[in-house]
Design a protein around this ligand. Structure first.
Ligand SMILES: [Cu+2]
Length: 400
């Protein structure tokens, strides 16, 4: 996935220096298709009648990032949809905020630079003590209380159309990870056999089934950095594992010596991921937030070529990220169409634009070497992805 920032102050974090565990499921509504009539699970179900029952007022919490920290106002909200309105009036060290419960990330907003603002919309149905966390300020953790909770009037799953979307997304992730197991095994077999050429050839295609599910990579907890961290994400290079460690061996070190155990570990981590996603559930806002944040990351960070800096296979990843974000959109579309058809239209247009631009770089069954893509071409791509990320950032607020 993209590089994650550190949240060192939270307790209950495990020892990994590069990420905290991330479990939205602990705090948010679990939407399961089985709970509704089978007919209601059909994706082609039109959303109009179902949506009207979803209206529950969205609470608003202002979070002003400052050198002092990130105090939420008010510090208590009823369970249900919550819009965090995050502003930064000039705190250069405090640019992101996370909502934590029991040390786990429930939602986050990154890249809120001085002078900018952003919203994070979530459904908080598990009442109790939360913490608004921001690294870099004088005080990093601010309490937020959610009153009421699951089982309270109005706190239930929004509607059948959205339940179908989250169930569909669960199925999609499971299917992608199944393919990831196979594609990675072919790659790691080549690594174990010391076959550099074959491993290089298989590397980008093995990864696409991971990049496609990156909108929810933070729900994978520590598996995400273990599978996909860059060298700058780890404190100690000796602890660095995953695809990019082997990528460096292949393209920069030009030797697979010592890579056998790393190939084994990559297979093992992906096997663990497979069992994790089998039971993972998602909430509609999480798909919107995750896709929006991922597209932001693509347009600001990944566009520089940092992800596949040794192999320059970045365009495979970017295309898979866009495909994964599109999947989130497609699944939410029936519900969105009932609430905001103009937003649907805008997203259709912008997705088509990005896909069209990416297709110009196709070569064989993949993409051209990213080092051959000039700065102004990269800037054009970044602008198109950024223009897509903007409407995507409004999706969560429509489906919460
Ligand atoms: Cu990645």
């Amino acid at each position: 996935m993209w590089a994650r920032s550190v949240t060192p102050q939270s307790q209950n974090r495990d020892s990994s220096p590069i990420t905290g565990s991330f479990d939205r499921g602990a705090a948010v509504t679990v939407l399961i298709c089985a709970a509704v009539a089978l007919a209601g699970c059909s994706r082609s179900d039109t959303a109009a009648p179902a949506n009207q029952q979803a209206s529950q007022p969205t609470s608003e919490v202002k979070v002003a990032l400052s050198e002092a920290g990130c105090e939420p106002q008010p510090a208590s909200v009823p369970a249900g949809p919550v819009r965090f309105m995050i502003t930064n009036s000039g705190a250069s060290h405090v640019t992101e905020v996370e909502l934590l419960r029991d040390g786990k990330i429930v939602g986050e907003k990154e890249g809120v630079k001085p002078g900018s603002s952003g919203d994070l919309v979530l459904r908080l149905d598990g009442g109790g003590a939360y913490s608004v966390h921001c690294a870099g300020g004088a005080k990093n953790d601010w309490p937020l209380t959610v009153t009421g909770g699951a089982g309270q009037p109005g706190a239930g799953p929004a509607n059948a159309t959205l339940a179908a979307a989250t169930q569909g997304y669960h199925d999609y992730v499971v299917a992608e990870v199944d393919q990831l197991v196979t594609s990675t095994k072919q790659f790691t077999d080549a690594v174990r056999a010391g076959d550099m050429d074959k491993a290089k050839q298989l590397y980008p295609g093995a990864r696409v089934h991971y990049e496609s599910i990156e909108p929810v990579a933070e729900s994978f907890g520590d598996l995400d950095p273990q599978i996909d961290a860059r060298i700058d994400d780890v404190d100690n290079p000796a602890d660095w594992t995953g695809f990019h460690r082997i990528e460096k061996a292949l393209w920069q070190d030009k030797t697979l010596n010592g890579m056998g155990p790393l190939a084994d570990k990559l297979d093992a981590d992906i096997a663990t991921l497979k069992s994790k996603v089998a039971t993972e559930t998602y909430q509609p806002a999480q798909l919107g937030n995750g896709a929006g944040e991922l597209l932001n990351e693509v347009s600001t960070t990944k566009i520089t070529g940092e992800e596949d800096r040794y192999s320059h296979t970045d365009l495979w990843d970017l295309a898979a990220n866009v495909d994964g974000a599109r999947k989130c959109f497609e699944l939410l579309k029936p519900a969105l169409a009932a609430k905001d058809p103009a937003l649907v239209q805008q997203l259709e247009t912008r997705f088509a634009d990005v896909t069209d631009r990416l297709s110009k770089y196709r070569q064989g069954d993949g993409y051209v070497d990213y080092s051959t893509v000039a700065q102004d071409q990269r800037r054009e791509l970044a602008n198109a992805v950024n223009a897509l990320a903007e409407p995507m950032s409004h999706v969560a607020g429509r489906v919460v």
